[in-house]
Write a new protein. Structure first.
Length: 452
């Protein structure tokens, strides 16, 4: 029998006993029903009194207390008191856990901010107060974009794509750069992690200055060395004392040219990293620049590859010409280096249906494994070291593309399959795309990947 039916049976039994006693007491006087009623009314009033006490205790448990009682009400009161005691223990444990969590997060060097489903602040630690200037309780309940008023963070938060992090200056000190990352969890809640990366930025600036200065210092001796090697190469091709040294001189000259190309790429990369925020925005004739870069890539190919292109006329781009040229020429020459003779290189420049623009270079080359793709934009990283060096690659081309794209608020995407080929995508945001008057470039769906 279930506890519910058992309890219900006990109640009916008690009522039946009261009624039976009333009937027995009223029978000698000829009114058994009256006797049952006279006993039933006090019994019901007693139950109502206990019910009123229970309601008063439930409404204000600290003001009222549950009385001692017998029978069913005694069992109910005992169970409630036991439940209250367990809840108090549970509440103490939760309070202790919360205190430990707050003390541990308060000791973190990184800021932590708990956000609600609309981005409103629910809680933050000491580091967040120091990095973002948050105040309690004034800022609790305020949406975080209203306090971190920087375009990069506002766009990052509104887009809702939290796989990556963003950077923004501190609202308290604009010279302090912060890394901001949002981690969704629970029921539409979010955790904002704030980290001070000012020291890292200073170290990166020092590294860039060192690379730039060292590269500048190397250019002069390399120029002198290459000049003498050019003279010696010309002399070695004639009958003379240097004739026997022709092969070593040619090799030294080739290595000097490679070192010069490496120095130039290092200087270009250092300039892109240093002047990323200072890029001059010009309205670029992207179709003409791409067509010119295709001719340059043809010259590098020396007729060994077939070039195909699909360029939307009238689709212009807002940005720096030097940066855009670095992007397109590096991607094309990279395709030339890693595509065997007779392969096809396809270049496209088109507008997507959301208004953004996409530049893509596809080849039928050796392809790239999935493990190598995340590291392609690292400095000096090569999938095929021997092939890259034989073709004159410096290992900095895709790194230059990555940093140049950051100036355009864009990033590089790569699709590849070993033995089939690779496709490199650059998607430029809507605010950097313009359509020339009278031109209507055909839009393609965002999800289209093949046929670049």
């Amino acid at each position: 029998m279930s506890p519910y039916l058992k309890l219900l049976g006990q109640i009916f039994l008690r009522v039946a006993i009261v009624v039976a006693i009333g009937l027995i007491c009223g029978a000698p006087f000829g009114h058994p029903a009256l006797g049952a009623l006279l006993l039933l009314i006090p019994y019901v009033l007693l139950q109502m009194r206990q019910l009123v006490r229970l309601r008063a205790w439930l409404m204000a448990p600290k003001r009222y207390f549950l009385p001692d009682a017998h029978g069913i009400w005694g069992e109910v009161f005992d169970l409630l008191i036991d439940l209250q005691r367990k809840n108090r223990k549970r509440k103490k444990r939760l309070a202790l856990m919360l205190a430990e969590f707050q003390s541990s997060t308060a000791a973190l060097p990184d800021g932590a901010v708990v956000l609600g489903d609309r981005g409103e602040i629910s809680w933050f630690n000491t580091a967040a107060r120091q990095l973002l200037g948050l105040r309690a309780p004034q800022d609790l309940g305020i949406r975080i974009p209203n306090l971190i008023r920087h375009p990069s963070f506002t766009e990052f938060f509104e887009q809702g794509d939290f796989e990556h992090e963003t950077e923004a200056p501190s609202p308290l000190n604009r010279t302090r750069m912060l890394s901001l990352r949002i981690i969704p969890y629970g029921n539409d809640q979010k955790l904002l992690i704030v980290r001070d990366i000012s020291e890292r930025r200073q170290l990166e600036a020092a590294r860039r200055d060192f690379v730039s200065n060292a590269s500048h210092e190397l250019r002069t001796p390399l120029t002198v060395l290459r000049g003498y090697l050019d003279l010696m190469d010309a002399e070695a091709q004639q009958a003379g004392p240097l004739g026997a040294w022709q092969s070593p001189i040619v090799e030294m000259r080739n290595q000097a040219l490679r070192m010069e190309a490496l120095v130039n790429d290092m200087l270009k990369l250092a300039r892109l990293e240093a002047d990323r925020a200072a890029m001059t925005d010009e309205l670029l004739p992207a179709p003409a620049l791409i067509a010119r870069a295709i001719e340059e890539a043809r010259a590098v190919s020396k007729g060994q590859h077939r070039f195909e292109h699909d360029i939307s006329d009238g689709l212009l781009l807002l940005g720096g010409e030097a940066e855009f040229h670095s992007i397109i020429i590096n991607l094309m020459t990279n395709a030339v280096r890693y595509t065997p003779p007779g392969g096809v290189i396809r270049v496209s420049w088109s507008q997507l249906d959301d208004g953004s623009a996409r530049f893509a270079v596809a080849d039928t080359g050796i392809g790239i494994s999935a493990d190598d793709i995340p590291r392609l934009t690292e400095r000096f990283y090569r999938v095929d070291v021997g092939r890259s060096r034989a073709s004159g690659g410096t290992g900095l081309g895709l790194s230059i593309v990555k940093h140049a794209l950051e100036a355009f608020d864009s990033r590089l995407e790569i699709d590849s399959e070993p033995g089939v080929g690779s496709t490199f995508f650059c998607r430029f945001p809507v605010h950097r795309v313009q359509v020339a008057p009278g031109a209507a470039p055909a839009a393609i769906p965002n999800e289209t990947r093949s046929g670049a």
